[in-house]
Design a protein around this ligand. Structure first.
Ligand SMILES: [Zn+2]
Length: 366
């Protein structure tokens, strides 16, 4: 019998968790139906919020909790404390079997260390081991964009696609590839950093240290920068936007521009058109490299819907190499919204849930 509370029993042997990435995903595909139904916990650690949820085998969130992300000056332990607290609160009320953590940052190829996180004080941080020791649950750590892409492939807009590329338009651009049913992480775990492809030589400075990165032209930050620049220049075309923001340039946000565009403000429509056009150009470059069957576009900016997607599709068709002589990838909006990272992390955790359950059962029988 499965113990009602996953925290009972001995710590799980680290060896149980040492699955290679591709091995783990292959195993995932051959998991028996009983394991696919196990509830697991997904955690999404973003720049401002840590969201934790219990997710069932259908990808539905059963219960969700959230806390503020500790400031990046805090020690790694403080972030772990937040995660542990959220997991234990959920595990008290649900029979969960594993924990998946999706983190904004670089996760190594073994999915155990966070090599670097822009919003947190994590530098080569052995997160999986630290959480496994404290939680006594099997833990999987994954890059947040990879987790979101996995969720869209399993339950959302990417279902059934053999080669899926996901683009997350948030403050920057996150990216991931799901190829033949596994997340393609690259040799070192760092694949999918599409946002830092150079699209404009000598262009805008990027926090990554380079200039002209794609995310400087097609992201929430790019949208806000352009809108504020126009407003600060006291351009009459930006007056409606500025009025909406109460006359305060710094109060212009991405959602505010999107709302204005939806209500027909021509400048806001134009700003989103520019972001969408750059999106399409970048997607055409990605198609040259990856030749995916489908692009799924998620993240906060994708809430603009067709105001973003229509210009992206136009630019994609105009820029695609070999256009007119090749099949074209579909470009679709993500289906799972802000919860994709959490749902994907929880689902990836099922790869280790079965082993945990077997261990628990054999202990119970002893
Ligand atoms: Zn960059």
């Amino acid at each position: 019998m499965t113990a009602p509370n996953g925290r009972t029993g001995q710590p799980v042997l680290p060896a149980l968790l040492g699955l290679g990435q591709r091995g783990a995903d292959r195993r995932r595909r051959t998991l028996p139906a009983s394991v696919l139904k196990l509830p697991t916990i997904g955690i999404d650690i973003g720049g401002t919020k840590v969201i934790a949820g219990v997710v069932d085998g259908e990808g539905k969130i059963v219960e969700q909790l959230r806390e503020e992300t500790p400031h990046k000056s805090k020690s790694p332990q403080v972030v772990e404390d937040v995660i542990v607290d959220l997991v234990l609160r959920l595990a008290d009320r649900h029979d969960v079997h594993a924990v998946g953590v999706g983190a904004a940052g670089w996760v190594d190829a073994d999915r155990s260390r966070v090599l670097f996180a822009p919003h947190l004080n994590w530098r080569n941080e052995p997160l999986r081991q630290a959480l496994t020791d404290r939680l006594r649950f099997p833990v999987v750590v994954e890059n947040d964009a990879n987790a979101a892409a996995w969720a869209e492939w399993r339950f959302g807009a990417g279902r059934g696609e053999d080669l899926l590329a996901m683009i997350t338009l948030g403050t920057g651009i996150g990216g991931a590839v799901v190829r033949h049913g596994y997340v393609d992480r690259g040799r070192y775990g760092l694949a999918g950093e599409f946002g830092h492809m150079q699209v404009v030589p000598g262009g805008h400075r990027c926090p990554c240290g380079n200039r002209g990165c794609w995310e400087q032209y097609s992201s929430g930050n790019a949208l806000v920068r352009e809108a504020r620049e126009l407003a600060a220049a006291e351009s009459p075309v930006a007056q409606p936007l500025l009025t909406r923001a109460g006359g305060d340039v710094s109060a212009i946000t991405g959602p505010l521009v999107t709302e204005a565009a939806r209500e027909g403000d021509p400048m806001a429509v134009e700003l989103l058109h520019d972001i969408g056009t750059w999106l399409g150009v970048g997607l055409a470059n990605l198609a040259a490299a990856l030749d995916p069957g489908r692009f799924v576009i998620g993240g906060g900016v994708s809430a603009a819907g067709d105001l973003l997607l229509a210009p992206a599709q136009d630019a994609f068709r105009r820029t695609l190499t070999g256009r007119g002589f090749r099949p074209e990838a579909r470009i679709e909006l993500a289906a799972l919204g802000n919860e994709a990272g959490l749902i994907g992390a929880a689902d990836l955790a099922r790869t280790v849930a079965r082993r945990f359950r077997t261990v628990k059962r054999s202990r119970a029988e002893r």
